[in-house]
Design a protein around this ligand. Structure first.
Ligand code: LIP
Length: 264
């Protein structure tokens, strides 16, 4: 088994190149979209181009590893390591010109399912914010050279984060989840990129986070950041394709779990 630090070195170099490409494409795209009103296509193209770059670089650096990304077909692993990729997490922000978007790259072992894989290394790079969050299994969570620690705040007065699915049919359920946790919240943030929300929990910026319906590539790197920063993470598959994720410092996480647990 390759050491997590080695996987992290590969992931970090590729995430930086990919993030810088995404940022460049965004600024070029704005000019084109102004004349063609085709921002959605430009965003989709950028998403696919960035994933393609990541896939090519990984295949060259780590032949035989598996691949599981948002924008292209998966490939099985021959080495035990699978790369789980979101080329641009926070695509609505990216399209809207809001800088809260990130490239998320994680190396996992075991089944390709967030409930049962073991994340070995993960990077969340936000090029427009100039922030790079990274973690290795057993090696802690970091923002650049700074070691991260989740907040130790008590549940009362917690600053919580959440997100909503893009399909309006899912909004009522998402709002019900938020309503159930709001009694402990000082305030709520919906910043639009789950990989960054989880990074912010790891950094102690958010005390807790809850969202339904996230995809494996949204959480692969961010979940490792949370646990390596001393936090807790739970996931429940109560509704098909609306898996619920809860993350936070220990006491905030546990209180959210209590609030959302099915009532007997
Ligand atoms: C998105 C997230 C966002 C979440 C959406 C979606 P995408 O990922 O990170 O915060 O609320 O449900 O999954 O589609 O931008 O990679």
């Amino acid at each position: 088994m390759t050491a997590p630090a080695e996987l992290l070195a590969v992931a970090t170099e590729i995430a930086r190149e990919a993030g810088d490409l995404a940022r460049r494409r965004r600024s070029e795209g704005v000019a084109i979209a102004a004349t063609k009103s085709a921002l959605a296509d430009i965003v989709t193209e950028a998403d696919q181009e960035v994933e393609h770059l990541i896939r090519e670089r990984l295949a060259a650096a780590r032949p035989g590893d598996g691949f599981f990304g948002e924008e292209s077909a998966p490939s099985a692993s021959e080495t035990g390591v699978t790369w789980v990729i979101d080329p641009i997490d926070g695509t609505v922000n990216y399209a809207a010109g809001i800088g809260n978007y990130a490239v998320s790259i994680a190396a996992v072992t075991g089944p390709v399912d967030p409930a049962s894989w073991t994340a070995q290394a993960g990077v969340v790079y936000a090029p427009a914010l100039g922030e790079c969050f990274h973690a290795t299994r057993g090696g802690g969570a970091w923002r650049g050279e700074t070691r991260l620690r989740v907040s130790e705040s008590s549940p009362a007065g917690a600053l919580l984060g959440t997100g909503f699915g893009y399909d309006p049919a899912t909004h009522a359920g998402d709002l019900a989840t938020v309503a159930a946790v709001m009694p402990i919240a000082r305030d709520l943030r919906r910043m639009g990129a789950a990989a960054l929300d989880l990074s912010y929990v790891a950094a102690g910026r958010l005390d807790g986070y809850v969202e339904r319906g996230l995809q494996p590539w949204d959480v692969a790197a961010g979940a490792l950041l949370v646990t390596e920063a001393g936090g807790r993470l739970s996931q429940w598959e109560r509704e098909e394709r609306r898996r619920l994720f809860i993350a936070g410092g220990v006491s905030v996480h546990d209180e959210i779990v209590r609030l959302l647990a099915p009532k007997a």
